[in-house]
Design a protein around this ligand. Structure first.
Ligand SMILES: [Zn+2]
Length: 72
């Protein structure tokens, strides 16, 4: 399991921690674990938007592109 701190792009305030569990990314915001977050920074008021990067979709697209290259 890896852990990475997510901070506000405006002031650097800590928003939460990203965890990777079984290849799926989650955001730990203290009391809750979320897959998607739309919020405002408590310190500077900046809009915060965080969403799980869709790694599975990315891999699928890569596979499709690789197969296409082989055929040509
Ligand atoms: Zn901020």
């Amino acid at each position: 399991m890896t852990e990475e701190i997510v901070t506000c792009p405006g002031c650097g305030n800590e928003i939460g921690r990203e965890y990777v569990i079984d290849g799926v990314v989650f955001l730990d915001c203290g009391g809750v674990i979320v897959h998607r977050l739309e919020a405002n920074c408590k310190q500077c008021g900046r809009d915060i938007f965080w969403v799980v990067p869709d790694v599975r979709l990315e891999r699928l697209i890569k596979k499709v592109l690789e197969n296409r290259e082989k055929r040509d």
